[in-house]
Design a protein around this ligand. Structure first.
Ligand code: IMP
Ligand code: MG
Length: 181
């Protein structure tokens, strides 16, 4: 990782900034290809999950060469660390009726967040809904989710950087790594 801090010794590099950019551009091209016809009348509604997906969404949007709108939904579990309590607080001002929606997430772990968000968005009666995640931890899944676009598969470890955090730290890092316990 490019920033040199003593804390960085705690992070094992996984994906470099260049590797991430290449993959995000590939994903953008694939998404643009699939939504070209669907978005002829109305722009693709990209909905990014705060805070983790902010950086990925910003890069992804620039890689999708189609008319898009961007909105944000905040989903936080109680406490400073992720818990499996199953309690999520959602905050948003979305209205997505008849829109083609792409939910953009940083990382899918147990699947709970995406399951709750999918339900929330479906209640708004979108024209379609697909999920796009930069990272997928398939071995941690407890709640099944259908993912349309995945950047990288990651092992069941704790990931930080490029938007993802540990207690609000490391989001600013341009690369992705594994936080050693
Ligand atoms: P899920 O609800 O268990 O799928 O967890 C998804 C959310 O937990 C993501 O939006 C992340 O914010 C957070 N999360 C899960 N795993 C990690 C990780 O390894 N690093 C950082 N955040 C994570
Ligand atoms: Mg998140």
């Amino acid at each position: 990782m490019s920033q040199q801090t003593s804390e960085e010794a705690l992070i094992t590099p996984l994906f470099s900034s260049e590797t991430i950019q290449e993959r995000v551009e590939e994903m953008g091209r694939e998404i643009a290809k699939e939504y070209r016809v669907a978005t002829r009348n109305s722009p693709l509604a990209v909905v990014a999950v705060l805070k983790g997906a902010f950086m990925f969404a910003a890069d992804l949007l620039r890689a999708i060469s189609l008319p898009c709108t961007i909105d944000f939904i905040s989903a936080s579990s109680y406490g400073s660390e992720k818990t499996s309590s199953g309690k999520l607080t959602l905050r948003h001002t979305l209205s997505l009726a008849d829109r083609h929606v792409l939910l953009v997430e940083d990382i899918i772990d147990t699947g709970l967040t995406m399951q709750v968000l999918t339900r929330e968005v479906m209640e708004m009666k979108p024209a379609s809904l697909k999920i796009c995640t930069l990272l997928d931890k398939p071995h941690a899944r407890k709640h099944p989710v259908e993912i349309a676009y995945t950047g990288f598969m990651v092992p069941d470890t704790f990931i930080v950087g490029y938007g993802t955090d540990y207690n609000e730290r490391y989001r600013e890092l341009p690369a992705i790594g594994v936080l050693r316990s």
